[in-house]
Unconditional design. Structure first.
Length: 332
């Protein structure tokens, strides 16, 4: 990896008008914006009665190809359109939707307008597609006047974007938010959970740089990281999300290499987020000797989803003033 490698972009009407940006996925083949709008309104005519819609195709590719470069590009497009629209719906493939939602929430912290990602398990033109309902639900939530954050709308749930995870490859309710309740549940009515909404977005300060030298490192019992991972810093890795056991524990018996390896990597400058492999419950590494030592050598504790933790670390590497262990967009 290049020592200076980062992803930084180089490279617009109010009246309840959501701007829909497409990034591919099961919704769209290769389509021009006008053709895409015609297809969307043909399959989901309700959306044109809910809001005045503009469509832009930001990207058109399999979502597994999206990463920091595309997240920054999309964040810049949304930033440039912020003054012209009341709300935004991003149509996105499901495989990396949670990563993109986390990235947009952090890069655009304080945006103060709805940005809702949605997609589908089956393409829009297929029988029994979930695309139509997800799209109608997303536009409904975007124009409700209640939301000031990045969210993900899928399978009848509106979830905080940076708390969302894909949990099923086939179920129509494909996303969940283990550490935060749904912002809304969509059935016959839309049941909003006012207590779950992000109420204080803060001052808008967009950030358009991410340093992607980040790895997720799960603690595997019996593995010696000195041989399985080695000297990550020497190979150009700048930060890791260290996925500990339980509340933040790791092997510390004689012969286990986790603590010596962690000390050595921290001394070499590796940034470390300590999190848990469990999806629910608090993080309390100080309860155990190994967790306490991890804190002593400078690991940051974070109870974020793996997706949000990875993106937050990329952001913190690019912006050292961003607090690693404090929320900027409701991610903690």
């Amino acid at each position: 990896m290049d020592e200076e490698a980062s992803y930084e972009a180089v490279d617009g009407h109010a009246d309840d008008r959501p701007l829909r940006k497409g990034t591919g996925g099961a919704y769209a083949p290769l389509l021009a914006p006008g053709h895409l709008l015609a297809q969307l309104t043909a399959h989901a005519p309700e959306i044109s009665t809910i809001a005045n819609i503009d469509v832009r195709v930001a990207l058109n590719t399999d979502s597994c190809r999206l990463g920091p470069k595309q997240w920054v590009l999309l964040a810049r497009l949304l930033d440039r359109s912020r003054a012209d629209y009341d709300a935004f719906v991003v149509v996105h493939g499901t495989d990396t939707m949670a990563f993109t939602a986390a990235a947009l929430s952090l890069c655009l912290a304080g945006f103060r307008k709805p940005i809702i990602l949605t997609g589908s398990q089956r393409p829009l033109s297929r029988t029994r597609t979930d695309a139509r309902q997800n799209l109608v639900d997303a536009v409904t939530c975007a124009t409700a006047g209640r939301l000031e954050e990045v969210a993900l709308c899928f399978g009848g749930l509106l979830l905080r974007g940076n708390r969302s995870q894909k949990v099923s490859t086939t179920a129509y309710r494909a996303f969940d938010s283990p550490s935060h309740p749904p912002l809304a549940v969509l059935g016959v009515d839309v049941e909003w959970n006012e207590a779950a909404l992000f109420k204080d977005p803060g001052v808008y300060r967009p950030r358009f740089k991410l340093i992607p030298k980040v790895l997720r490192v799960p603690i595997v019992p019996g593995a010696d990281p000195r041989t399985t991972y080695g000297d990550l810093v020497a190979r150009g890795v700048a930060g890791i999300v260290l996925e500990a056991l339980g509340v933040g524990n790791m092997p510390d018996q004689r012969g286990s290499g986790w603590l010596p390896w962690l000390r050595a990597q921290r001394a070499a400058g590796l940034e470390v987020y300590l999190t848990s492999q469990c999806v629910r419950g608090p993080l309390a590494p100080e309860l155990y000797r190994s967790g306490s030592i991890a804190l002593e050598v400078g690991a940051h504790t974070t109870r974020m989803t793996p997706e949000a933790a990875v993106v937050k670390l990329m952001l913190c590497l690019a912006y050292p003033d961003v607090p690693a262990s404090l929320p900027i967009a409701g991610e903690l």
